[in-house]
Design a protein around this ligand. Structure first.
Ligand code: COA
Length: 273
């Protein structure tokens, strides 16, 4: 039973999709406690992997970033300035993002970020740690840290540049401007934009299709793509070759290939093994 004030509400559907809902105040500010809950939950899921994970902020927004209150040691300072926390505390914030994001990326299943509204700063960075981003037409993305005089510390300078390219990433990070769902789609920041009222339906439909599909193939392709992005082409091709060899020992490969030969494409009933 989840605690009433738990910052992450976790449900598991009959189709074995985990729906993890952020719940922290008005804007789902990502405090170290919230990020710790994500990291802990992902570590649990890794022990008994679900068919897919949907990470959502609920129907209004995804998350408006790192908890800015955690940046402040004291509000006594000259003019508008405050006294910021010390370096150890700053690093612990970056490390909390890093642990949560890495735990999601390491899961052997698809992780979908369902973005209903704002995904700003750390909220955008957390969505970037998902494999796919499904956005409402009301969604807005951005890395507004520069407007606070700081920079993204939750992986934004790295994952955003890898996803949309360094030039577009520098535009968003240097200006702090927000992009709407349609611009985000155009730059490859999201995979799909859907009408707001259809967001959950579409996200679950996709997640369920992964959960009921050849799960080991999804997991192995995730591993090959993600690891391949981190190194040289040669190393990536090695990873792909290993994954390709491994997938042939799964039951679902035998089922999928056999079904194609008997009935043509797209007719297989996979076992998840
Ligand atoms: N951390 C902590 N609190 C935050 C927050 C954050 N990242 N973002 C918003 N809040 C708080 C606001 O201080 C406000 O608190 P209050 O009601 O106690 O005064 C509350 O959430 C609602 O925010 P508000 O700005 O009044 O709502 P809005 O609908 O006008 O705007 C946002 C929403 C998200 C666009 C706006 O709050 C915003 O730009 N937030 C900061 C985003 C950001 O810079 N993120 C990167 C952080 S490194």
């Amino acid at each position: 039973m989840a605690e009433a004030d738990a910052p992450l509400l976790v449900e598991r559907t009959d189709d074995d999709v985990v729906i993890a809902t952020l719940r922290n105040g008005k804007v789902n500010a990502l405090s170290n406690r919230v990020l710790g809950a994500i990291g802990d939950a992902a570590a649990e899921w890794a022990k008994d992997p679900p068919g897919a994970v949907v990470l959502t902020g609920g129907p209004k927004l995804f998350a408006a970033g790192a908890d800015i209150d955690q940046f402040v040691a004291s509000d006594e300072g000259a003019d508008d300035a405050v006294t910021l926390v010390d370096t150890d505390a700053v690093r612990s914030i970056a490390q909390a993002f890093r642990r949560a994001s890495r735990a999601l990326e390491a899961l052997p299943c698809a992780v979908l970020a369902e973005v209903s509204g704002y995904a700003l700063g750390g909220g955008c960075e957390l969505a970037l740690a998902a494999d796919l981003r499904i956005a409402s037409e009301r969604a807005r993305f951005g890395q507004p840290e520069i407007l606070l005089g700081i920079i993204p510390g939750g992986g934004g300078t790295q994952r955003l540049a890898r996803l949309i390219g360094p030039s577009r990433a520098k535009d968003l990070v240097f200006t702090g401007r927000q992009v709407d769902a349609s611009e985000a789609l155009g730059m490859g920041l999201v995979n799909e934009v859907v009408p707001h009222d259809h967001l959950r339906q579409r996200t679950l439909e996709l997640a369920t299709s992964f959960a009921c599909g050849p799960r080991r193939a999804v997991a192995l392709s995730k591993l090959a793509i993600s690891e391949g992005m981190e190194g040289t082409l040669e190393r990536g091709l090695d990873v792909e070759e290993d994954a390709f060899a491994a997938v042939f020992s799964t039951s679902d490969a035998a089922i999928g290939v056999g079904s194609f030969q008997q009935h043509g494409p797209g007719q297989a009933h996979f076992s998840g093994r």
